[in-house]
Design a protein around this ligand. Structure first.
Ligand code: GRF
Length: 190
């Protein structure tokens, strides 16, 4: 029986697409719902193209406990944050203990926390003169970017890199490792 995944995303959805494609290949999971807080998010175009149900939430709906029941209807093995910019409320984290994961485009615990997303992260890494960066897949808890780390992968920061060049290198890591980190978790859910 294939696992059910729910993806939360606010942006383009390239990680969502990578996850969808990866699990099409091995049949271990299907994405049963895509949730976004942005009605115009690119990830919703992906949902439409892939025939995956989607749900757009405003702040009130996102913070309403009624959302838990809606998510539970899909019997998710994991809830996957793939570029979702709102902090997850405590009652939602607690409704899915050790079953909510996030990907952050840097090597936590550095370059994480409120406001550290997308180019803000890469700009900070480049400005600090770091010689490497990478990705972190971690469990979600009530504090931004602070749950137990599941996987990290590293890449070089090349002299002369700007945020765009580093972002492209980071996205390649994300698209390779995030689906595989999810697969590892699914294979080891007892
Ligand atoms: C990724 O860089 C991810 O690390 C961060 O948000 C971005 C989402 O990109 N959490 P996309 O929408 O999956 O293209």
């Amino acid at each position: 029986m294939a696992h059910s995944l729910i993806i939360f995303a606010s942006g383009r959805g390239s990680n969502a697409q990578a996850i969808i494609d990866y699990f099409k290949g091995n049949g271990k999971a299907t994405v049963s719902l895509i949730v976004s807080n942005k009605p115009d998010a690119g990830v919703l175009d992906i949902a439409r193209a892939e025939g995956i149900p989607s749900l757009v939430v405003d702040r009130a709906q996102f913070n309403d406990v009624a959302l838990v029941a809606k998510l539970r209807e899909h019997k998710p093995s994991l809830i996957v944050l793939a570029g979702f910019l709102w902090k997850i409320p405590e009652h939602l984290v607690q409704a899915f203990p050790d079953s909510m994961v996030n990907i952050h485009p840097a090597l936590l615990p550095r370059y994480g926390g409120k406001g550290m997303y997308g180019h803000h992260v890469h700009n900070a890494v480049v400005a600090a003169g770091e010689t490497e960066s990478g990705i972190t897949v971690h469990y979600v808890n009530e504090v931004y970017d602070s749950g137990n780390i599941i996987l990290q992968a590293r890449c070089k920061v090349v002299p002369g890199d700007n945020a765009d060049a580093l972002a492209a290198r980071i996205h390649r890591l994300e698209h390779y490792y995030f689906p595989r980190a999810i697969e590892f978790l699914l294979d080891n859910i007892n």
